[in-house]
Design a protein around this ligand. Structure first.
Ligand code: GCU
Length: 762
């Protein structure tokens, strides 16, 4: 029988050649501190080393080293011999280490991990930090020579396909891969048993399998469960387990236990998502896996805490962005009933020398094979905003191929993708996968939150058959910034909450959206960012990076999605108030709410809409205590919240974000100041010459065009975001930074660019 030995403890770690070895335990990253504080974080090759014993009793077994995640290129050496390399930082990978191992003696395992960005390993460039290290568990699996295959792309070697599921019956096919490393053909008996949650056998099957020497055989066994208990999201995340074992003569030589659930589902372009025939609007959040001062090297404790927060907000679906997450987390989602979108990091740009997206394809096959049995996964995401890199036929082709690979690997789940906001309604990208998502940022990078309504309805009318979701939407919310009059791009906690209120109302009224995913559940490390006075972070989370503070917007969703009774007074961190009267906003799940100001009961309001505003609440100079009670229909008390405000004479200047213009994209460029005398005139443009329609990258290759860009936009190439921007045209950028790219600036750019002929790049 196989055993998995924990290999997480007692490693030595060397960051730089010639430096000192430190003692570390796994999970480990060398970017725990520098990964989310600024642009520069340590990127390079580092070494890990571990000595361990293998006892002579284990003679004759097979040994596999299992890494659950190491970012991003990993070379493994056993006793000085190179076993191989894994390219990709998120999937499980294994090496068969049997040959190089000293059984009955001491072994040295050396691992080189490199988080340098290589041109053929994804992601290339993205709005999150690529923490380096062996940041997930490592185990040594000791197996008998005949075992369920451990070398099929890091999978379990067993694939449970749900052929047909309804309330009467779940028809399954269990495909097992069995490996034999002996020198003779082996006859083994494969036993499969489905156990219910009380351990009772509800289905079983057996098969005699001949496995030739040194090879792997496959056996597909049909099983069916009568009157199955269906896995039904949060309401009933019912799990069966498959006990698969291999018997040879009178011995069980291998056994694995795989939890799984049975369910059927569909997406309708008009009505949305259906689970087991029931309509289930997917109220989703996105999650990144990092954490303050830990980076990606988190433990089950942090993952449990993330899940508890996601459950508290009332979400029933998670987009696990932008890469494969920890097996522990997928297991948690199975148990808790979360509907998942899982994806690969084929994001932003394709590698410059990558001819056919080979590494993206490898990561997709790993993602699917490793996670095939998780009932929580419904959608395979093949790309995220890959259009940022510019219009390239090759990219389209690779996305199409990825969609086909996902279908071939798993015909029973749905494929999807997350388009960048500027992809047009009629673009073929919208028809490559079974369903599609858009990352839309009206009310942050573009326009106003209200603009969602028009865009959604227009898209749906133009593409009535496209199964549409919003794969991302969000705004920055930094808890130290506050305003009585919140507005786009001011970074305040109040705008963040107001934005989500407005957008949620629009989404809620559109049942054709099969799912919507808040960007993001948690703030996260993004080394390319420097905004709102916070370096190295994306602050769009409903909860802070350290998971300590739930922003007001968190409670807005909780009020709409959760059944827990609560009242939440917003703006509690906005302590100093410079006005005599304020509008006090409350998020609640209670039917009635009652306000008291400084001990006097003021007003009672209906809470059914979940968002209640008490208008013109008077504040006295100095301290004020406001209390809101949530009441049941019969008037009894259900919940209570208290806020303390201080009325002051002048606004606290530290409540304003440091950005003069308050705009994120605006901040990436330096703009000419004195444009008063510029008169905008009609320009004659020709395709042979440059214009703001061209990508930044294309212009940087022409000396004259580059000079124009520099003159008007500053030293764009030194901007950490440059890599993400170079594939975009100035017109696209202007759409995201209207305050900066004024009509006059655009006119001046086009006037000078249109005088430069293309095709003479130096
Ligand atoms: C993008 C992207 C995210 C990013 C987000 C943002 O759409 O997919 O990775 O963090 O937008 O700008 O906040």
């Amino acid at each position: 029988m196989r055993i998995a030995k924990d290999m997480n403890r007692d490693w030595k770690f060397l960051k730089t050649e010639g430096g000192a070895w430190e003692s570390v335990n796994l999970p480990h990253t060398w970017n725990a501190q520098d990964g989310a504080n600024g642009f520069n974080f340590y990127k390079g090759a580092c070494w890990y080393e571990k000595r361990f014993q293998v006892t002579s009793q284990e003679e004759g077994k097979r040994f596999f080293l299992e890494f659950q995640g190491s970012n991003s290129v990993t070379d493994v050496y056993m006793n000085g011999k190179h076993l191989g390399q894994h390219r990709g930082g998120y999937s499980t990978f294994r090496f068969d280490v049997t040959d190089g191992l000293a059984v009955g003696g001491e072994n040295t395992l050396s691992v080189k991990v490199d988080n340098t960005v290589y041109e053929d390993v994804y992601p290339q460039m993205a709005d999150f930090t690529f923490y380096g290290g062996i940041y997930r568990d490592v185990a040594l699996i000791v197996a008998e020579p005949v075992h369920f295959d451990l070398m099929d792309h890091g999978s379990q070697g067993i694939y449970i396909t749900q052929e047909k599921v309804d309330r009467e019956k779940a028809e399954l096919t269990v495909r097992s891969r069995i490996s034999n490393s002996r020198e003779a053909t082996e006859k083994v008996r494969l036993w499969l048993e489905v156990l219910d949650d009380a351990g009772k056998t509800v289905a079983y099957g057996a098969r005699e399998v001949f496995v030739e020497a040194g090879s792997t055989a496959e056996a597909a066994v049909p099983l069916s469960i009568e009157n199955p208990n269906l896995w039904h999201g949060l309401e009933n995340p019912y799990l069966y387990s498959l006990k698969a074992s291999l018997a040879s003569c009178n011995d069980t030589v291998d056994e694995v236990l795989i939890p799984f659930g049975v369910r059927h589902f569909e997406v309708d372009a008009e009505k949305g998502f259906f689970l087991n025939g029931e309509h289930l609007p997917l109220h989703g959040v996105s999650r990144h896996q990092d954490r303050k001062d830990m980076g990606w090297a988190i433990t089950p404790r942090e993952q449990d805490e993330d899940m508890a927060l996601i459950k508290e907000v009332g979400a029933n679906s998670i987009r696990l962005a932008h890469y494969q997450h920890n097996q522990y987390f997928y297991d948690l989602c199975d148990r808790e009933g979360m509907v998942l979108w899982a994806e690969i990091p084929f994001i932003s740009v394709m590698g410059k020398s990558d001819a056919d997206g080979e590494n993206a394809k490898q990561q997709l096959v790993e993602l699917i094979r490793q996670n095939y049995n998780h009932p929580s996964i419904f959608f395979w995401g093949v790309q995220n905003e890959i259009q940022i890199g510019g219009e390239k036929p090759l990219v389209r082709q690779v996305v199409q191929e990825l969609a086909e690979i996902a279908k071939k690997e798993d015909p029973n789940r749905l494929t999807t993708m997350a388009n960048v906001m500027f992809v047009k309604d009629g673009d073929p990208y919208n028809f490559m996968t079974d369903t599609v998502g858009y990352n839309k940022y009206y009310g942050w990078y573009q326009g106003q939150a209200e603009d969602f309504a028009g865009w959604l309805d227009g898209f749906h009318a133009a593409n009535p058959k496209v199964k549409l979701s919003i794969s991302e939407y969000g705004a920055e919310g930094i808890i130290q910034y506050h305003s009585e009059t919140p507005k786009v791009k001011d970074y305040t906690e109040e705008y963040h909450a107001l934005y989500h209120e407005t957008v949620w109302k629009i989404f809620e009224a559109r049942p054709y959206l099969w799912g919507t995913y808040v960007w993001n559940m948690f703030d996260f490390g993004a080394n390319i960012r420097d905004e709102g006075g916070v370096q190295g972070r994306n602050n769009k989370g409903l909860v802070t990076y350290d998971r300590k503070i739930k922003k007001d917007a968190f409670y807005m969703y909780k009020a709409h999605w959760s059944k827990e009774k609560f009242v939440h007074i917003t703006g509690k961190r906005f302590v100093e108030r410079a006005t005599g009267e304020i509008d006090l906003k409350v998020y609640t799940t209670c039917g009635k709410v009652r306000l008291q100001v400084n001990g006097t009961t003021m007003e009672e309001k209906d809470g059914d809409g979940h968002v209640v505003v008490f208008r013109q609440v008077p504040l006295q100079m100095g301290e004020n205590t406001l209390q809101v009670e949530g009441l049941m229909a019969d008037g009894s008390l259900e919940a209570r919240d208290t806020a303390h405000f201080q009325r002051v004479r002048e606004e606290n200047p530290s409540y304003g974000a440091p950005e003069a213009k308050g705009g994120v994209v605006d901040n990436w460029f330096t703009m000419p100041e004195d444009l008063e005398d510029v008169v905008v005139e009609e320009l004659v443009m020709s395709e042979d010459c440059f214009s703001t329609k061209d990508s930044l990258g294309a212009m940087m290759e022409n000396m004259e065009a580059k000079a124009v860009i520099r003159k008007y936009l500053g030293d764009v190439e030194s901007q950490p975001m440059y890599g993400m921007l170079e594939g975009m045209s100035i017109d696209m950028l202007a759409g995201m930074a209207e305050e900066t790219f004024t009509e006059k600036v655009m006119y001046l750019l086009n006037k000078e660019l249109s005088a430069i002929r293309k095709g003479q790049e130096q």
